[in-house]
Design a protein around this ligand. Structure first.
Ligand SMILES: [Zn+2]
Length: 305
């Protein structure tokens, strides 16, 4: 889809260390743009000169417990194409106090129809007495999108700590919501719904989506899909903001940008060189985005006074 299906590169593995940085503790104040630009410089220098371990898995929240988390890729895709992230059967909705709005149509997912077959010996062709299941076809099962139901609100996941700068997103009319991952993404930003969805608690994921949002504030439309430069811009911004708020996203960011530099210049090779080049390319835009976000943060603080 678009940049709103972000951080999909979760085939990889990451454990992000949330190390409080000694230098900047939780609340940067005025002059924070200088600090941010200074951090950006430092980060780019490190990325261009040193390789990082290949670790980028994050831990998904298990909040909503959506049934479709267990469905096949194809069935999940059917729901996503239907512009939803949660679809359930009639009874499943009933179990959580919701019902389907009259006249709304079902999406049909496919459930394999299994049959038990006698196992035969490969040589003698005599039955061994064991059985094994084979798929003999599919049954279409009707499910309904969350958007086509009403009733009790679904339980919302509450993070241990709300992300800093969440008020910047809100000021721009964008809500932040925690949700189960749909396709292995860590988070996503949907301009049409004006919503940032977070599927992990790591702060840089929020900062990453916030950076996409700020990028849009500056340039209007963004490119569809996981555009390498757009992704590098968002994650490098996230890395700087993480540093400023006392979270370490260096390893994740290096690997993330490296994964996007690959598609431009082929696999393997000198990773720091590629990542450094990419950072250099997007640096100007990252500076603008940091300025945009931190200006809004200061404005918000002014208004509170
Ligand atoms: Zn992204």
């Amino acid at each position: 889809m678009s940049f709103n299906m972000t951080n999909k590169e979760n085939e990889a593995l990451k454990k992000q260390e949330k190390v409080a940085s000694e230098s900047h503790v939780t609340s940067p104040n005025s002059g924070s743009l200088d600090k941010a630009l200074d951090e950006l410089d430092k980060i780019i220098k490190v990325f261009g000169s040193k390789d990082f371990p290949k670790k980028i898995a994050k831990i998904y929240i298990k909040g909503a417990g959506k049934p479709m988390g267990k469905w096949s890729f194809g069935n999940q895709m059917l729901v996503l194409l239907g512009n939803s992230e949660d679809a359930r059967g009639f009874k499943q909705w009933g179990a959580v106090g919701r019902h389907v709005i009259k006249g709304r149509k079902a999406i049909r997912i496919l459930a394999p129809r299994m049959m038990m077959i006698d196992e035969k010996d490969k040589i003698t062709k005599i039955k061994t007495g064991k059985k094994f299941p084979i798929c003999v076809g599919f049954n279409a099962i009707p499910v309904f999108r969350y958007e086509d139901t009403e009733g009790t609100p679904l339980k919302e996941y509450k993070p241990k700590q709300l992300p800093p700068l969440i008020d910047v997103a809100e000021k721009w009319g964008v809500k932040v919501r925690y949700d189960d991952t749909a396709m292995g993404e860590n988070g996503s930003y949907s301009p049409s719904r004006k919503e940032i969805r977070l599927c992990v608690e790591e702060m840089d994921t929020f900062f990453h989506e916030l950076a996409h949002l700020a990028h849009m504030q500056i340039d209007g439309e963004l490119k569809m899909g996981q555009d390498p430069e757009q992704e590098a811009i968002a994650q490098l911004t996230a890395c700087v903001l993480s540093k400023m708020y006392g979270y370490d996203a260096m390893t994740y960011t290096f690997n993330y940008i490296s994964s996007y530099s690959k598609s431009i210049e082929g696999e393997g090779g000198n990773r720091p060189l590629k990542v450094g080049k990419m950072c250099f390319k997007v640096m100007k835009k990252v500076q603008q985005i940091l300025e945009c976000i931190l200006d809004q943060k200061e404005l918000n603080e002014e208004m509170e006074k």
